[in-house]
Design a binder for this molecule. Sequence first.
Ligand SMILES: NC(=O)c1ccc[n+]([C@@H]2O[C@H](COP(=O)([O-])OP(=O)(O)OC[C@H]3O[C@@H](n4cnc5c(N)ncnc54)[C@H](OP(=O)(O)O)[C@@H]3O)[C@@H](O)[C@H]2O)c1
Length: 250
Amino acid sequence: MRFKDKVILLTGASGGIGKATAKCMAQEGGLLALVGRDPHRTREVAGQTGAFYHSTADITRSETCGQIIQEIVAARGRLDVLINNAGAIVRADICDTTDEQWRSIMAINVDAPFFLARQAVQVMRNCGKGGAIVNVSSINGFVGRETLVAYSTSKGAVIQMTQSMALDCAKDNIRVNAVCPGATDTPMPFSQHENPVTREQMAQVWKEKIPLQRMGTPEEIARSIAFLASSDAGYLTGTSLMVDGGFTCQ
Ligand SMILES: NC(=O)c1ccc[n+]([C@@H]2O[C@H](COP(=O)([O-])OP(=O)(O)OC[C@H]3O[C@@H](n4cnc5c(N)ncnc54)[C@H](OP(=O)(O)O)[C@@H]3O)[C@@H](O)[C@H]2O)c1
């Protein structure tokens, strides 16, 4: 029960990795505050995990992030863990990537984790009991990929944000780390392709590219997130953990 009585804010709770993370941390005693975008799926995960709070407020806005953190602190008096998991992808050649697409990817993948972390760190510092932040980046924060210029840029920013935040927060015993998943079996890898691909086709493509010869499961990513958020990772800060079946070793 690594998260017994720990107050945990998790974004992207309505998606594949978010749902698995919520379940994993609830099983270990965490008190969950969940943020999603789709109201139905967010409510469903909140119900399945006994979350004390859920919201579908727009986390790309600074004021809303402040409000969410205030509501959690009003309910439980503290915040121990923030998991910045919400994220989106756009697939387009550099010349086809529109201003609107670029800004929307930066808003959810970079602005939202920064706005939430800034507020969370203030609360954690006031409490004086340390804390943990886990940012969900991607292998594409390390290695480029065609048609992913906006996504890769945003995920690279998350890795640098993680390191700088870790340095700002180390003296407060607030650890900040990132998880960098490789291809993981959620809706994201199958979405937004010019020619629609099935889950089976995508799994076959990745089987040939990944040393462990399969995509990751959302549960495997969830366990890595939980590890970094837990006291088992008490001496880790500023690190980016590749969870990619060996893809980036090649
Ligand atoms: N799956 C992979 O292969 C993979 C690989 C590397 C990194 N990642 C990262 O892992 C994280 C989770 O992704 P996933 O695989 O679980 O994908 P997913 O199933 O598509 O989930 C994405 C989550 O982010 C939320 N979200 C997206 N855009 C949003 C916005 N503008 N405002 C608020 N919430 C928004 C979604 O909300 P709704 O569903 O309610 O709209 C959903 O909860 C992301 O940061 C992603 O970049 C995934």
